[in-house]
Ligand binder design. Structure first.
Ligand SMILES: Nc1ncnc2c1ncn2[C@@H]1O[C@H](COP(=O)(O)OP(=O)(O)O)[C@@H](O)[C@H]1O
Ligand SMILES: [Mg+2]
Length: 364
């Protein structure tokens, strides 16, 4: 799919921008703090997922305004679509003239993949960012996953509140078995979706990594759960998770926190059989991060039949020439928005439209 028109009003430092992007490559350049990432962030909103920078919708509205509106026209294989996202205290969205009950309903209609410096350190960072990567990626291809995850997180928050209050009110202890039963079931569903996604991701990213490394190194990715299930069936995961919750109860009461479950899981990445996080060189870690993100884009194309719109925020100058070329090759026949400080960084590599951003305006 590709975006043929974007209109942005009162979004962050952008009062108004209206552009007709190129079907392939769009380079957005300008000095720091001018609004380049803001522009990408406004396009990302149409995924129906939370912003990749903040979880507070109100931060997205221009300081001098009460609300903000972003509209796009995008072409899929089947038709031309128009979508709008409105933000006041929260986000609302419409698609082809119909108000949606939640922006999440855009999931499955529009697809994007964002790649930013945060993703370049996906491998070496802590597990939080890897879980976030996984959760966002799965949400885009499985509309029910975001709901499953929200429900699971809700249960964990409730249980943690009970763990905190149980020292004063011991009658709460009687309710724990019921909570654990619900948590084990919801958590098993989350784990199962993640296991399945990681398998698909490994298949695809393996080839990509092999391409980046000149066929010399092999990438392996596994879902690393703290629940040691015997088989990958939901029943078996649920069963083991429930037993783990029972076993860790006294410890959890002491720590006032639920210490096992998918909210503590991770993905492990191996290069030539050894942990990339612990032993990989910077180049290997970056290549592996790149392979995961490009793999995410490929999976959308395979499952949904549409190429996602690719957003590359400030990553080109951080990559060496081989990797820059590899990215631009791999995302051939997808629409791309690339931000950078000097237009030479990217425009020497490809043809397309170039926009200069200054103080929230397109000036060239
Ligand atoms: N809600 C907002 N209203 C007005 N300006 C904002 C808002 N949020 C962020 N900004 C401004 O946006 C600018 C950062 O834009 P950004 O797109 O991150 O810059 P860059 O061009 O470096 O990517 C900062 O100057 C910041 O003050
Ligand atoms: Mg930026």
């Amino acid at each position: 799919m590709f975006i043929s028109e974007i209109k942005i009003e009162n979004f962050r430092n952008i009062d108004f921008i209206g552009i007709f992007p190129d079907k392939k490559i769009n380079v957005i350049y300008g000095e720091n703090g001018q609004g380049k990432t803001n522009l990408l962030e406004s396009i990302w909103l149409f995924t129906g997922c939370k912003s990749f920078r903040t979880s507070k919708d109100t931060e997205l509205v221009n300081f001098n305004s009460e609300n903000s509106k972003v509209s796009i026209e995008f072409e899929t294989d089947l038709r031309t679509n128009s979508a709008s996202v409105f933000i006041d205290k929260k986000r609302h969205a419409s698609l082809n003239g119909v108000m949606l009950s939640s922006p999440r309903e855009l999931i499955g209609k529009y697809y994007s993949v964002v790649f930013s410096p945060v993703h370049l350190s996906l491998i070496k960072d802590g597990p939080v960012n890897r879980r976030k990567f996984l959760d966002t990626a799965i949400s885009q291809i499985d509309e029910t996953y975001a709901k499953k995850l929200t429900y699971y997180n809700h249960l964990i928050n409730q249980k943690n509140a009970l763990l905190k209050n149980a020292s004063e009110d011991s009658s709460l202890l009687d309710t724990f078995d019921i909570w654990d039963e619900k948590i084990a079931e919801a958590g098993a569903n989350v784990i199962k979706s993640r296991i399945d996604y990681v398998k698909m991701l490994e298949e695809i990213s393996k080839d990509i990594y092999s391409g980046i490394s000149g066929e010399r190194e092999e990438l392996k990715i596994t879902y690393a759960s703290n629940i040691r299930y015997d088989s990958e069936s939901i029943e078996s995961i649920k069963d083991k998770f429930y037993k783990n919750l029972q076993k860790s109860r006294s410890n959890d009461l002491y720590l006032k926190n639920t210490t096992c479950g998918p909210h503590r899981d991770d993905i492990e990445i191996f290069i030539k059989g050894i942990s990339a996080r612990k032993y990989g060189s910077q180049g290997q870690q970056r290549s592996a991060s790149l392979a995961l993100k490009l793999g995410e884009a490929e999976i959308i194309k395979i499952i949904k039949g549409e190429h996602p719109v690719i957003l590359l925020d400030d990553v080109m100058s951080e990559l060496d020439l081989t990797r820059q070329n590899y990215i631009l090759n791999k995302i051939d026949n997808k629409q791309v928005f690339i931000t950078c400080c000097e237009k030479e960084t990217v425009s020497r590599l490809c043809a397309g439209k170039v926009y200069k951003i200054e103080n929230g305006n397109v000036v060239e």
